[in-house]
Design a protein. Sequence first.
Length: 557
Amino acid sequence: MTTTVYAARKIITMNPMQPEATHVAVRDGRVLAVGSLDDMKAWGDFKTDDRFAGKVLMPGLVEGHCHLKEGSMWDWTYLGWFDRRDPHGKVWSGLRSMEAVVQRLVEVAARMDAEGRPADEPLIAWGFDPIYFGGERMTVEHVDRASGSRPIVIGHANGHLMNVNSPMLRLAEVTRDNEIEGVVKFADGPLAGEPTGELQEPAAMFLVLRKIGNAGLMAPMTEAGVRSFGRLACMQGVTTATDLVNKLGEEDCAVLEKVCADDGFAVRILPAFQAFHGTHGAALGAEHVQKLRARNTDRLRYGLVKMMLDGSIQGFSARLRWPGHFNGAPNGIWVMAPAQFEADFETYHRAGLTIHTHTNGDEASEVAIDAVERVLTRAPRPDHRHTLQHGQMIDAPMFRRMAALGLCANLFANHIWYWGDQHYEMTMGPDRANRLDACGSALAAGVALAIHSDAPVTPLGPLFTAWCAVNRVTPKGRVLGAAERIDVPQALRAITLGAAWTLKLDHEIGSIECGKRADFCVLEDDPLSVEPMQLKDVRVWGTVLSGRVFEAANRAA
């Protein structure tokens, strides 16, 4: 058995009983020892590797809520507001007006025509968010300018809405007679009663997805896309990541198992079974996930379940308590009826599975907490670690209830930067925006805390997410809820041990300790020494996954 000892400028262990070290010994993909060089010698002969001697090691970063489509989305056209780097390091310029969005679509449609692409091949784009354009909503009148013949499908950044053009409406057979909730229609004018081309939440979007032969718009699963995600994860120091919506059909599982069997793949994947608006009943779904567990490996871990209650706050499809949306918009959509959620939750809970529930608005979070409390009364289960995901409007009383129930929180801290100003001015108003993603309140209540990016909703990058939670600053320079800020050590824990806890992997990952996986994030800078406002700028050299070293591509980009 070969033992390799890595020297580092500093090792941040995230183990409070031994917070720092200078050397770590690795054998068989696990940490054998961590401490000084003399501590390493106690284990006998070893090979020294000094490649990290001038760098800082910390546990591999854990992204507890993201989606593998962050890798494959880049096969389509990006329409986001912010500049964004793709998995190959190229930066795509953000689009700062509705006209710029339409113009990019015009250019892509013209290119597809010039290339002789079939006229019925859809143009697919993503990352669009009309909230940045004030009160203007995209309609068929905008999208038809790009093409009046080729179907166009535009996924919103939040993943909960889409826009399409008239040819796509015709192909999907979406007319004024559709009564499915989420098919938006013109309220007045010459087109009153006709579909605007905006479709909200899965039931409405499915009308389009079933026709274009690409239900994967929600979670495309290709080998190339998963490998692209792995490259991006390495660039961001991530060694363990979720895919928090996956149908886990045989084709999807075959792709995951093939890629994760490759020793050159740099990230451990935890796919979560999609337990909402699916084809499985809860009992069949639970049995399916339980059987998949037998196929687990180091780099692929089945066993999570994803449920969903409401939609997107900035998409106005989330469920909010009184006084509702700040701009007076009607309350949002229940993706699952609360009673059905509770019944299905209990089925998965009794099957021994770990359930991660999407709740954005405070009404949805309260409904989830109420349901979990009733389920746990009927079926107690110690250390279940069920987790509320996003939980952006959870307040202190709800956090206290969560702590009593053993519920974890994985808060969407990136919202503070990407939509904080819009929440302050349009969706929540000042009071509730100041408690947006209330990490401080969660920790004060004793709730196990993780934070996340929900990539590709926002870019994968736990150090940026930590920066958001620490500084709580918006693009306009507001500090949203200064008392809800957490310090850098707390934020680093939330992207390592905190996230590992919510995934029931804290016994394997999240800190650098004897017996745990040799998962390291290799940094050029010390995140505990830089100014908190520079935390997002800490440079990542690469990662180590179960003892295998991966240098990030495009580090200089």
